[in-house]
Design a protein around this ligand. Structure first.
Ligand code: HPA
Length: 242
């Protein structure tokens, strides 16, 4: 069963028929919200609001481990993560949708593994390819079918937040090869890999990264691109399930 982790701007799934609500309580604490089981296009799917519903948890306080355990307990077999991001590639404008293929983790101090020697004995998982190629390809096919523009490939730089970056931090990230910057891509992707979930990220560009735009970055400015992007995301998810 496909699970959607909704980010900023997607705390509820529009147009779905809600069937059940699964517990947010896990052996590793409370997930951000209960897992909603719903029907869309005649198919069952799961939804979890990453920041809670209504939006409240800052990126560094999200219990990513509990979120993934709650999805697993509810019967998820694959995960599509939706993430609002800043864009570093000037060719990708506001409200663009991007499927990154790589991640660089700049976060710190987050509970970032199940293999911590407490919950599970230490193990080092392979994380060469953080995202599922198969799920990404299905998304690309669905985008083509639905006439949604979707950029294939990108490097997601995950920052700690909740503040945005400095212009120099973004220049450094660009030198590192990042094309997108967000605060919630990690440790979520690594935890999904540890649980062997096929996992893909659908990033919505809601602002030019710091120092690359003309104006100060404001939440208000992000909102417009976000709602446009979320509409496209829903079109894409509908096509994926068809
Ligand atoms: N930086 C980090 N996270 C973000 C941004 C950004 O510019 N925009 C949306 N999430």
């Amino acid at each position: 069963m496909l699970a959607i982790i909704g980010g900023t701007g997607l705390t509820q799934m529009p147009g779905v028929e809600v069937l059940a609500e699964h517990s947010a309580t896990t052996p590793l604490g409370e997930a951000s919200s209960p897992v909603i089981e719903a029907r869309l296009q005649g198919q069952r799917l799961l939804f979890l609001a990453r920041h809670g519903h209504p939006h409240q948890l800052p990126p560094h306080k999200i219990n990513y481990r509990a979120n993934l355990l709650a999805l697993k307990a509810a019967g998820a077999t694959q995960i599509l993560a939706i993430n609002a991001v800043g864009g570093l590639d000037p060719k990708q404008g506001l409200a663009s949708l991007v499927l990154p293929h790589q991640i660089i983790d700049y976060t710190w101090g987050r509970e970032s593994t199940f293999y911590d020697g407490d919950y599970l004995p230490l193990e080092h998982i392979d994380f060469t390819h953080p995202y599922s190629v198969e799920l990404s390809e299905r998304l690309l096919a669905a985008a083509q079918q639905a006439g949604v523009q979707l950029y294939q490939g990108g490097v997601y730089g995950a920052t700690q937040g909740p503040r945005l970056e400095t212009a120099a931090e973004i220049r450094r990230m660009a030198q590192d090869g990042c094309t997108l910057v967000g605060m919630t891509g990690m440790p979520e992707a690594a935890l999904a890999k540890e649980l062997a979930f096929p996992y893909a990220c659908l990033a919505i560009i809601v602002n030019p990264a710091a120092g690359l735009g003309e104006e100060e970055i404001t939440l208000q400015q992000m909102q417009g691109a976000l709602s446009q992007g979320v509409d496209q995301v829903m079109t894409l998810i509908n096509a994926l399930l068809r």
